[in-house]
Design a protein. Structure first.
Length: 278
């Protein structure tokens, strides 16, 4: 196999449950970079949410951000591709969500915009401490999310929804799928992620590969959540984590260990590094 680009989800995939990058995973990424293979964070997070432990590795330059709403050169800030929710539809979605006891926030300009009534009470919505810390570091507090989007006529990269109520989450997922032109996915058991239909990690992967002069079969992708499914399907080699959703495992070419077991490093060692030594 001639893998030249590896796209890797962050939460539940590259990072452990405490949002840490293990030394084994870090070493595997560096070994690929040393061989001229692109390592690409492919995440629901914005650029500012990529952990320092990841983005500080020399050679990591490109990112598939907010589920594919943006594909960017992290070094120069150049936007290679983007697909956002128009402000009018974003307002419709936010007004719909406002009827329910869930926290929600739009991503605008690479930052989440969250009202204090949500930001100050994240424990009510099922977020564990590590995720609460991440949310607080990547959200700006605003007085009124809907007014911000409506009055500024601001396009939205993604709308996040948090709820600990599984029945409410399932109902919202079903209802939101009725909105035309949107993609609804999830990366965590207590969230939903709403993007423009064209904003998928799979589209982002193919777009970046073309930009870099690579063929789809020269790509490899890792993931665990439904927002990773399009990427697993689009990649030349799609790898699901042992802790991945069942639908991801069914579509993957290979199932590796869990995010707690350095599954990313294990698959890279198997397909890339061991092959290079032969």
């Amino acid at each position: 196999m001639d893998i030249r680009l590896i796209a890797i989800d962050m939460d539940g995939t590259l990072l452990d449950d405490e949002k840490r990058l293990s030394e084994r995973n870090r070493a595997a990424l560096k070994a690929c970079l040393d061989r001229g293979i692109y390592i690409v964070p492919a995440t629901g997070r914005p650029a500012g949410g990529i952990p320092e432990a990841v983005c500080s590795i020399p050679g990591i330059r490109y990112g598939i951000l907010t589920n594919g709403a943006k594909v960017a050169d992290l070094e120069t800030g150049k936007i290679i591709a983007e697909a956002q929710i128009g402000w009018e539809q974003a307002v419709q979605v936010l007004e719909f969500l406002s009827q329910f006891p869930a926290a929600y926030d739009p991503y605008i300009g690479g930052r989440g915009k969250m009202e204090g009534r949500f930001r100050d009470h994240l424990d009510r919505y099922g977020l564990p401490p590590a995720m609460q810390k991440l949310v607080l570091s990547t959200r700006d507090q605003v007085e009124d999310e809907i007014a911000l989007v409506r009055d500024g006529q601001l396009s939205v990269e993604k709308i996040n929804v948090f709820t600990a109520d599984r029945k409410l989450r399932a109902m919202l997922w079903e209802r939101l799928e009725g909105f035309e032109g949107l993609a609804v996915t999830s990366s965590l058991e207590y969230n939903l992620e709403i993007n423009a239909a064209a904003a998928t990690k799979g589209n982002g992967l193919l777009c970046l590969a073309e930009y870099l002069g690579l063929k789809p079969e020269q790509t490899m992708a890792f993931g665990d959540g439904s927002n990773d499914l399009s990427m697993i399907q689009a990649a030349g080699l799609g790898v699901a984590m042992e802790n991945a959703m069942e639908i991801l495992k069914q579509q993957a070419d290979y199932i590796t260990g869990s995010n707690q077991e350095d599954g990313v490093a294990s698959a890279i060692e198997h397909f890339i590094l061991s092959a290079a030594r032969q």
